[in-house]
Design a binder for this molecule. Structure first.
Ligand code: ZN
Length: 182
């Protein structure tokens, strides 16, 4: 997104370059806003179509502690975009009577969706392969599957026990987090 152009202008540093930078920032914001609106709308419409009553999103507060981000700038920008998207999903979902829960993403990218084994150093590149059971899946999908599982667990507890508290099980399973909107 405009990254190269911005870098060039920042290097220039002239007054007109700064003016262009400001305009770019505004345009970029609007573009991201539009994308977030479109994406969140489609997600919530899909959920309504499928009769979903709970949407699980990644609790982004966990990211800061977990990931070592070299470029602070990058973290700020990316998390701003994700938060914006989450906010839009949340309010659009609420309008349709769908609950949004925030799930702790801890270990979700390294936990086997089939046997729940935590594969500490096993993730390489685009493919996840479980050391314990050999299950293989696209690495991006592994995180999503685990977020989904934790969301299902929350839903199960809410429906069967009538409570909104995380289960008192292993640390891994306690990672379930219920956020705003509940
Ligand atoms: Zn496994």
């Amino acid at each position: 997104m405009f990254v190269n152009m911005r870098r060039r202008l920042q290097k220039k540093g002239t007054r007109s370059a700064k003016r262009v930078l400001k305009r770019l920032a505004g345009r970029e914001k609007r573009l991201i806003n539009n994308i977030c609106h479109t994406v969140s709308k489609r997600i919530v419409e899909f959920a309504v179509e499928k009769g979903v009553d709970v949407i699980g999103l990644e609790n982004l507060n966990g990211i800061r502690k977990r990931a070592k981000v070299r470029k602070k700038q990058r973290y700020n920008f990316e998390s701003w975009v994700y938060r914006k998207l989450q906010f839009m999903i949340e309010y659009k979902a609420r309008e349709r009577g769908i609950l949004v829960v925030y799930v702790d993403p801890k270990h979700t990218s390294i936990t086997c969706p089939r046997c729940y084994h935590v594969n500490r150093a096993d993730r390489n590149g685009k493919l996840f392969r479980c050391k314990a059971c050999g299950y293989t899946l696209n690495a991006d999908l592994v995180g999503a599957r685990n977020i989904e599982r934790r969301t299902r667990e929350f839903r199960y507890m809410r429906d069967s026990l009538g409570c909104c508290q995380p289960p008192r099980r292993s640390l891994e399973e306690q990672a379930l987090f219920v956020g705003r909107g509940s």
